[in-house]
Design a protein around this ligand. Structure first.
Ligand SMILES: [Zn+2]
Length: 1057
């Protein structure tokens, strides 16, 4: 080794010596003494080729080694010397690529290469060897130089490479590096357009060829370059006009058939990528359909299915087919609701006004425009990409410091707010005359509000059956002919398990509930109640390839339209007869009960069977008008089903069910009105399959555990009965909704210990906690969490007693009763998202928001703003339970806006409650919390209560609709038990918050908060989804579902949370 070492040292020494010699030669000498220049460069090359270490050594001499080499390259006028230096660079840049390449680029190497290319091209004929070496080196450097595309264009290199390609179509050796460089040029969109103008798209179509074992690497590079060129819409149009879509399909088919051993998957993929990019334009999709592309790709994909390694081909084919699938409008006459409700006054502006001002029939027009409407700007986009990414990430963060500072300025005169005094009797109550237990007044309890019943209720029948049993006259589902002989309908006795449930009371409550369609039926699950199952319901493991196989089934129906039954079996747009009667061969559907929301059901496939619901048959259901771009249905969530047969057998419960679940973009076009002005948006399909265990059963499906307005009223009535002499409970009617339903307001606290002054004073001065829920009707989980909170607050535990003694609770448990009753997912009867109306609620159109805000404004006026405000919500795209709060500091951190130090001086109190929750509630995740104020949320309860009312601890609490990926319930779907537990733990956390904020020296709080600061940098700000976009992994299972239904839900939801 000693000899080897000394040999190496010697080589390094020689290397440095030669480099020194080269350095001294720079400039004049280089031109004068051509012979020496050749010799020195040849010696360096030899040294580098034989002694790898010396190459590194040359480069490790700071970066001056590279500088010397580049300077020589620039000065050399001799082809041989230039070639020698190019060989040297090629050797150097092949090993230890990253760092050396960085040095090469930063020292201007790329520019020098282009310079030499330009001057060499002027020689006639240009040296082939020089061109070959230059392009080989450029191909290597190109992908590492972010400015490569611009440099190439400005130096005029594009045309040099093009003419070289044209002149050397048969010269594979030179053609290959030229195409490799062209591939890099084309990645720049401005270059792609300019190359297209110069006929390069046509040129590439000349190079790509049918199956052959020769020159496959050349073909591969040409396809890559073509693929990159076709990203430009003008180039894609050029390819369509040139008739190349059928040609590409024919080539793909040829390679598919001949490449039997799958050696050339990359070429096949390259062909598909070209098709994929061409079909980004409308013209391309048309050409693809006309060339029978759907059938060709469907058939080839089907043949590829058994070979796992061909997955990329199947996935790209599937992507192209989905894009080209002819767009349809939803199979409903209008995207307006099937129900009609006259608003007290018509909204002047906004999406709803826009929708209703359209002439009939134009509200849901199919828009075939390209996904990306912007016309191609021929500007330099080299830098813009990065900026754009950065911008969208932070786009929604509030950067206006004025909007980040609480404004406590009174927006309304106190005279106007004084009427709200009556909702705060506890703040003035002196208890001097009242007897404690009965003394609490009940002002117009919503529970006792009776209404004129406007339609014949079928409710009485149910009650009778409950006593007698055995009746077969089902109120819903038209089950009279399917009740089955001898089926005895017995109401399960759940009194012990469900202390707040009472079927008779429920029916009474329904009578007072006003729905727009005037529902006259009661859904069995609401009537029987839901007893949470004791078994675990794990997150569903996704079957590999499920999305693909579902999409293929959709495509198969398109290719074979004659197999489609397309039979409407339920249609709410036929008001007299939505349940379409037939010979009983189909499933029957109904949704005409509180919170029901099925608009139309279409049966697509029919197989031979007898009648009605069949045991063992797999039914596939597609819900086709979903609007969010992703869903927890792709990450383990199942739908819920309630079987009446199971219920009367003693198992009244919703269970998670469904297999082959997935959520994907479908071929139904969303009109620009439905998409909030955006064109070219699609709907999404939720698909699931199930079998039924009982013949002639009545089954209910739900997105999440239902919780109706009537259920709330029943629970409130039962809670009233739990009141003890120590509990102060008052139920007020805050206001009436548009639909004529009462919005309940609850006040819960402890009765004062006595009517002594001290006790009355303590009673009145308790801090307030303000809670609300269910502003979004589809977020039923929020109601279950609220139920947990209410039940805990009314409980007999010492914790509950302490909590009542500590605080006065003001609770609006359902902010959007009309939306809940009428089966809306997100909106109110005015068609608006009520959680976007808090800034300026209209008393007529948004009464619940207007009056709830007024309560808070009243409190702010009398200096009694609540300690905590929390609005309960549900989240469809995340797991666990978490909170959103408001912090100036964290918003400023995230947005990088400059702020004075006073902006950054902020009490960390807003973090305490979520931190406590993360310690005591297993479903709660601190990591998912965010305290950033977003522009799009400026009209939500959380932000308005924080800014205008001045509540520092103003939150939205989001509960997953799916399940947990951390804590005790990790891997399980969430059920009502866990949601109710969360509601109770929220109360416990408030008690702990009281203890922390009540401590004299605040030491504990400081400890806790330093712990928070120590372990937690600002919470990650996640724009939309926390799940990665789903990539189908490696598996395929072909299942056939016997039946297939398309369902669509009545409400269209414009606003995304
Ligand atoms: Zn919500």
């Amino acid at each position: 080794t000693g000899t080897a070492k000394s040999n190496m040292e010697k080589a390094v020494f020689i290397g440095l010596m030669l480099l020194g010699q080269l350095e001294r030669m720079n400039g004049e000498a280089m031109v004068r003494d051509v012979e020496t220049a050749r010799q020195v460069t040849a010696k360096i090359l030899h040294l580098i080729q034989t002694q790898e270490k010396s190459g590194k050594e040359v480069m490790s001499k700071g970066s001056s080694g590279m500088e010397v080499i580049l300077a020589s390259l620039e000065n050399s006028r001799d082809v041989q010397t230039t070639l020698n230096i190019l060989y040297i660079l090629s050797e150097l840049l092949t090993v230890g690529e990253g760092r050396r390449m960085g040095v090469f680029v930063s020292k201007g190497g790329t520019g020098i290469l282009f310079q030499i290319l330009t001057s060499a091209s002027k020689e006639l004929p240009p040296s082939e060897e020089l061109m070959l070496q230059l392009h080989s080196l450029l191909a290597k450097v190109g992908p590492k130089d972010r400015k490569f595309g611009v440099k190439a264009r400005l130096s005029g290199a594009l045309n040099i490479t093009i003419s070289l390609i044209k002149q050397n179509l048969q010269n594979a050796k030179l053609l290959l590096p030229c195409l490799q460089v062209l591939r890099v040029y084309s990645a720049n969109s401005v270059n792609a357009i300019s190359l297209g103008k110069n006929g390069v798209v046509e040129l590439m179509f000349k190079i790509i060829a049918p199956y052959s074992k020769k020159n496959t690497s050349l073909l591969k590079v040409a396809l890559d370059a073509l693929g990159a060129l076709l990203k430009s819409k003008t180039n894609a149009r050029r390819a369509v006009d040139g008739g190349h879509v059928p040609a590409l399909l024919a080539l793909y088919l040829d390679w598919h058939r001949n490449d039997a051993r799958h050696r050339h998957m990359l070429i096949r993929k390259g062909l598909l990528v070209c098709l994929r990019n061409i079909t980004n334009i409308k013209l391309g999709r048309k050409a693809f359909i006309e060339a029978d592309g759907m059938r060709i790709l469907y058939n080839t994909s089907t043949e590829c299915l058994p070979v796992r390694t061909l997955d990329p081909l199947i996935n790209t084919s599937s992507l192209i087919m989905r894009k080209c699938f002819p767009k349809n409008r939803l199979p409903v006459p209008t995207i307006k609701s099937a129900f009609h409700y006259q608003l007290p006054h018509v909204l002047p502006v906004g999406p709803v006004a826009q929708l209703y001002s359209q002439p009939p029939g134009v509200d849901d027009v199919v828009d075939e425009s390209d996904d990306n409407e912007e016309t191609e700007a021929e500007t330099d986009t080299d830098n813009e990409e990065d900026e754009k990414d950065h911008r969208t990430l932070n786009d929604d963060i509030e950067t206006d410091l004025n909007k980040l500072h609480p404004t406590k300025s009174p927006s309304r005169p106190f005279e106007e707010l004084r009427v709200y005094e009556r909702f705060f009797l506890e703040l003035s109550e002196d208890f001097q005359v009242s007897i404690f237990y009965t003394g609490v007044k009940q002002e117009g309890s919503p529970v006792s509000a009776t209404r004129h019943i406007q339609s014949p209720l079928l409710l009485g029948d149910i009650a009778t059956r409950r006593v007698g049993g055995g009746g077969s006259d089902c109120g819903s589902e038209g089950a009279e002919d399917e009740g089955g002989e001898g089926a005895v309908l017995e109401v399960p006795d759940t009194a012990l398990l469900l202390p707040l449930h009472d079927p008779d009371l429920y029916v009474e409550m329904v009578k007072g509930t006003r729905s727009v369609p005037q529902y006259a039926e009661v859904a069995y699950p609401d009537y029987f109640g839901h007893v949470a199952p004791t078994f675990k319901e794990p997150l569903l493991e996704r079957v590999y390839g499920v999305q693909r196989s579902k999409i293929f089934q959709d495509i198969e129906r398109l290719i074979h339209p004659n197999d489609i039954l397309d039979k409407v079996v339920y249609d709410l747009d036929i008001p007299s007869c939505p349940v379409i009667e037939d010979s009983g061969e189909s499933l029957k559907f109904n949704s005409q009960f509180e919170s029901g929301n099925l608009r139309k059901a279409v049966q697509l496939i029919l197989w031979y069977f007898f009648s009605g619901m069949r045991v063992g048959t797999t039914y596939r259901f597609n819900i086709i008008n979903c609007e969010k771009s992703n869903s927890q249905f792709n990450y383990g969530m199942q739908v819920l089903m309630y079987s009446v047969q199971e219920a009367i057998s003693g198992r009244p419960r919703w269970v998670r069910m469904g297999t082959d679940i997935c959520y994907y973009k479908n071929h139904f076009a969303r009109s620009s009105i439905a998409a909030g002005g955006q064109k070219g948006k699609s709907y999404f399909t939720l698909t699931f399959s199930t079998t039924f265990s009982h013949k002639d059963d009545v089954c209910y499906f739900a997105y999440h555990y239902p919780y109706t307005y009537s259920t709330l009223k029943m629970h409130l009535a039962k809670l009233e009965a739990l009141r003890t002499p120590h509990i102060y409970l008052r139920q007020d009617v805050l206001c009436e909704t548009l639909g004529g339903n009462s919005c309940p307001l609850l006040t819960i606290t402890a009765m004062p210990e006595s009517n002594s002054n001290d006790h009355i004073c303590q009673f009145r001065n308790r801090p307030l906690i303000f809670l609300s829920a269910r502003v979004h009707p589809g977020e039923t989980n929020a109601s279950w969490v609220m139920k947990g909170t209410l039940e805990f607050l009314m409980g007999t535990s010492p914790l509950a007693a302490s909590l009542r003694e500590a605080y006065i609770f003001k609770i609006v448990p359902m902010l959007n009763p009309d939306g809940v009753i009428n089966g809306n997912h997100r909106c109110s009867l005015s068609g608006e998202d009520l959680n976007r109306q808090w800034q300026n609620p209209n008393p007529e159109l948004h009464p619940t928001i207007y009056h709830t805000k007024s309560l808070l404004q009243y409190l702010a006026h009398i200096q009694r703003a609540p300690l905590v405000f929390c609005d309960y919500h549900g989240h469809s795209r995340k797991k666990n339970v978490f909170m959103y709060g408001c912090s100036v500091k964290e918003t400023v951190w995230q947005s990088n806006i400059s702020a004075t130090s006073s902006d950054l001086h902020e009490d960390l109190g807003y973090r305490t409650l979520p931190k406590i929750l993360s310690q005591i509630a297993p479903v709660f995740s601190m990591a998912s919390c965010s305290f950033v104020v977003e522009r799009s949320k400026e009209a939500t309860a959380r932000v308005v209560v924080w800014r205008e009312i001045g509540v520092q601890r103003s939150y939205t609490m989001e509960s997953t609709l799916c399940g947990c990926d951390q804590g005790k319930y990790k891997g399980l779907q969430i059920g009502t038990r866990e949601l109710e537990e969360m509601g109770a733990q929220f109360c416990v956390a408030l008690l702990r918050l009281k203890r922390l904020t009540g401590l004299r020296n605040h030491q504990h709080l400081l400890d806790l908060e330093s712990d928070i600061i120590g372990t937690h940098s600002p919470t990650t700000y996640v724009m939309e989804e926390d799940e990665p976009s789903f990539l189908e992994a490696i598996d395929y299972s072909a299942e056939t579902s016997n039946e297939c239904f398309h369902l669509s839900l009545p409400e269209f939801n414009r606003h995304e949370l």
